[in-house]
Design a protein around this ligand. Structure first.
Ligand code: FAD
Length: 410
């Protein structure tokens, strides 16, 4: 497979020296790599963070931006994943209040019995997720009064009788990823292309990197290595080591960003076939709509007209009161989910993550799969495994802001 072009680096130079020596080298500065760098810093262990692009410039900037238990797990019955997500949601609200906003999501129902089922499921979801630091008391949960529901333009001509509201947390994914990176002392080797590894006796020793800004070569030496390369993992392992094992299945999802629609105030989560959810979320002065699922082969893939069309059809079928095809689309984005390759179709694949000790290099761990929501917890576990040092501060230490503002604590 020929490698698609990576976004061009910015102007400027990197002031780091030509040789770096660190305890742990982390390749990939998405939410997992950035969270791991924070974990090592909290434990007083040195690390370096390498990325071929910018920090938070991969999948971690194209998500639906929810730190959530995953209401869809209520439908698929994966209660353990859901409860883990709900616990982590509370942790994010505590350590990253500047990047979190609580919301009351409306889940509409088509008929009375479905409404009752939603009320029971949502009641449990909000009961298990009762820890909500900073929850604004004015946000109403539970059955939405008929007049309030009717006042939302999405309800016009819709095949729904009403809606029930549940709580979830929204974030700004790239900003959160960058805050995690800023909360570590790791030197940042962003826009650095890994060129050649050195290894001896079944261990990785060093990596030669080329700065994509000006071509400068750097040598990074480390005792341990972690690759958190998201959907690019299989491709990188094949090109760097000839390791062709297929560890991931990749599933793309798209979001369309429409101009804001007056009267659409709360986010909607509409149930679709196969346990999928259609999100329609007012945020940042726009209306974000997504998502679809399509199996793909790489982290960089274009949006297909067919998946854009599928999203429009889902919008028209569920929310026919709005003229979707006439509404200006301000921007669109496609993200690729790295899913653990456990077989089956992508819609049924687990969102769980695996930490794999590489069979050839004993000091290399691969981060496979995962979600924004559980990235901190997973990287906390990995850092504890690698250092033998548990760290209670991981769930309490407020994040430093990437743009330099001081952290605030709830
Ligand atoms: C459409 C969509 C919606 C989603 N919604 C949610 C949601 O609402 N909530 C949630 O919790 N999760 C969600 N997810 C999942 C979540 O976004 C991802 O699981 C998570 O962002 C993956 O992070 P990562 O750090 O593993 O990968 P990435 O963020 O992709 O990071 C990998 C990094 O590796 C770098 N890299 C790649 N190749 C190389 C190389 N050769 N050398 C050096 N660096 C390299 C990339 O530049 C990138 O920065 C969603 C995913 C998608 C696609």
């Amino acid at each position: 497979m020929s490698e698609p072009a990576w976004p061009a680096p910015p102007e400027g130079t990197c002031t780091l020296s030509g040789t770096l020596d660190t305890e742990v080298a982390i390749l990939g500065a998405g939410i997992h790599g950035a969270a791991l760098a924070r974990e090592f810093t909290l434990r007083g262990v040195s690390c370096a963070l390498v990325d071929k692009g910018e920090v938070g410039g991969g999948t971690s900037q194209w998500s639906s931006q929810l730190l959530h238990g995953g209401i869809r797990y209520m439908l698929t019955g994966d209660i353990r994943q859901m409860r883990e997500g709900l616990a982590e949601r509370a942790t994010w609200a505590r350590i990253a209040p500047a990047r979190c906003r609580w919301e009351a999501f409306w889940m509409p129902h088509r008929f009375w019995a479905e409404g009752l089922a939603h009320r029971i499921g949502i009641g449990l979801y909000d009961h298990w997720g009762a820890e909500r630091p900073g929850w604004p008391p004015a946000l109403a949960l539970g059955p939405i009064p008929r007049e309030t529901y009717r006042a939302d333009p999405r309800s016009a001509k819709a095949p729904f009788r009403g809606a029930t509201a549940y709580a979830d947390l929204m974030t700004w994914d790239q900003a959160l990823t960058r805050d995690l990176a800023a909360s570590s002392e790791a030197p940042r080797l962003d826009f650095h292309d890994p060129e050649a590894f050195e290894d001896t006796a079944g261990e990785l020793k060093a990596l030669r990197l080329r700065d994509r800004r000006d071509g400068t070569l750097r040598r990074l030496q480390a005792r341990r290595w972690v690759f958190a390369l998201g959907p690019w993992t299989d491709g990188a392992m094949a090109s760097w080591f000839g390791d062709t094992q297929k560890r991931l299945r990749l599933s793309s999802g798209i979001h369309l960003w429409f101009e804001a629609v007056p009267g659409c105030e709360r986010p909607w989560a509409i149930r679709r076939p196969q346990g999928r959810i259609l999100f329609v979320i007012p945020r940042d002065g726009l209306l974000q709509v997504g998502t679809t699922e399509r199996e793909v082969e790489d982290g960089w893939v274009p949006i297909l007209e067919t998946e854009r069309e599928e999203l429009f059809q889902a919008l028209e079928a569920n929310l026919p009161g709005l003229p979707w095809r006439k509404m200006p689309v301000r921007s669109e984005e496609l993200g690729v989910r790295p899913l653990v390759a456990a077989g089956g179709r992508t819609t049924h694949l687990s969102r769980e993550a695996i930490l794999e000790r590489h069979p050839r290099f004993q000091n290399l761990t691969l981060v496979l799969g995962g979600k924004l929501t559980t990235a901190r917890a997973l990287m906390d576990r990995l850092a504890t495994d690698l250092t033998g040092l548990p760290c209670a501060a991981s769930t309490t230490a407020p994040l430093r802001l990437w743009d330099g503002q001081p952290p605030s604590i709830l």
